[in-house]
Ligand binder design. Sequence first.
Ligand SMILES: *Cc1c(COP(=O)(O)O)cnc(C)c1O
Length: 375
Amino acid sequence: MQNIQMVDLHSQYASLEPDIDRAIKEVLQSCQFINGEAVKTFAEHLANYLGVKHVIPCANGTDALQIALMALGLKPGDEVITTPFTFVATAEVIALLQLKPVFIDVNPCTFTLNEYLLEQVITEKTKAIIPVHLFGQAANMEAIMRIAKAHEISVIEDNAQAIGADFLFKDGSSKKLGTIGRVGCTSFFPSKNLGGYGDGGALFTDEDELAVKIRMIANHGSEKKYYHDEVGVNSRLDTLQAAILNVKLAHLDNFNRARQAAASYYTNQMQSWRTITTPKIARYSTHVFHQYTILIEENRDAVQKTLMEAGISTAVYYPVPLHLQKAYQNNRYQLGDFPVSEELSKKVLSLPMHTALTEDIQQFIIQHLEKALLL
Ligand SMILES: *Cc1c(COP(=O)(O)O)cnc(C)c1O
């Protein structure tokens, strides 16, 4: 078997090639590379798909988070609660805006923000909570929203990894992730569940006024050309990316089903193994498996190396929790403060996960993993 990558963007392109090529060609012929027709169409289609009133496209997922914080009018010194077990972007934008990141640990089963730890860190300076729907499933939004509402705190969902997943409320209703908080943010980075062929991102909201403000901030703080009411940024989704994403959006549910099928196959095959833990699915969320992440009790790095030697790529998301990263170290946090995140960073291993995995490939991975665990 040839080398096995974490993601296989090529097979997905091959399966959509004529449609994607046609969409790209249309943009090339229109020469409307900035704010072309496809950007509007894509935003409309995505809003329909998500069941949200406004989708505002932007340049990437990191910008989406930054714009959300700016649009909520947060001021230097305001506190924003998130987890240290996430991609750096979540905390980066908080720090860039001179807000104060306040970390709380994650749930050991879902790896998402532990809602039971939320109330004890809320102060009068707390202005926002950013739950991260990590690896493809939700943080407990029902509980988080209840607490946030009681304290009048805004919730910004970091939905870069879980687009298409549903939150299942206790009353039996459901909502797409990213549409439950005041603002949802996502990324169209190529390897995300809905990925373009370059950078891209978007914000979602049901609030009209907030949508106007978000649109304005993403456009140099301007509603009317050359009149600037706010300090903004320049953050646009390219027309080319929008055209590609429009083609792919129609297949998102199928893509996510392919990921779910591959995840079930992995889990069924490995369920009885005692030295690893397979991913748990929360009762309140569907899981769209942006990553299929197992926990390896011992020698994770050696297992990863052995797999690498067999031509199998795996990844460690994330090797260092944010409170221990050089850029975010300060006298507020130290080793031992977030034991779950710290333990996860030593044990997690993400296996290849994409929309073109076959049982042959998975069997090959599973056999080598079993061997590596016995070494
Ligand atoms: C990918 C990702 C981002 C950032 O998205 P970019 O488009 O790369 O800027 C933010 N948060 C999480 C959790 C992500 O996985």
